[in-house]
Design a protein around this ligand. Sequence first.
Ligand SMILES: Nc1ncnc2c1ncn2[C@@H]1O[C@H](COP(=O)(O)OP(=O)(O)OP(=O)(O)O)[C@@H](O)[C@H]1O
Ligand SMILES: [Mg+2]
Length: 147
Amino acid sequence: MFKRILMAHDSSLCGWNAFDVALDLARKYGAELIVLHAIDTSSVPDIPHKDVLIKPLEERAKKLEEEVKKRLEESGIRGKFVVVRDRPVDAIVRSAEEYGADLIVLGARGLGIVSGYLLGSVSTKVVLTSKKSVLVVKGDAPAASRL
Ligand SMILES: Nc1ncnc2c1ncn2[C@@H]1O[C@H](COP(=O)(O)OP(=O)(O)OP(=O)(O)O)[C@@H](O)[C@H]1O
Ligand SMILES: [Mg+2]
């Protein structure tokens, strides 16, 4: 059924829940798993020395890459980790097309701190704009749990 799954990971708890689901699906279907992390440089204000603000984003991506690669190796799942420097929604929707993914997996919420919503802006917009099937994994979400 699924041959190539694109999982979008922002390093949040919800992202890890979605990663676990994606890993399980990849195992069950013998699918390849592409884990994508978007570094959103557009969210960084255009100020002098903006590298200071970008550095923590790059460091978070590096740490996530190490953890994801370790989990992929341990599980024996065929897969890879990719970083895309773009707005998360654009990166996810475009990459799903480019990689020919037949399923997108993401968390319902992420690192956002706004409470009162079960879905974040990225999960909402990916469902609304991607032609691909999308699995939105609900579960432990620090923001959502403050409802
Ligand atoms: N930068 C990113 N790279 C990859 N995947 C992402 C990224 N940001 C969000 N996602 C995916 O989208 C899911 C939902 O996150 P989303 O950003 O929509 O919620 P939020 O952070 O709580 O809300 P918001 O960002 O709108 O304040 C995450 O669990 C993750 O799967
Ligand atoms: Mg977010």
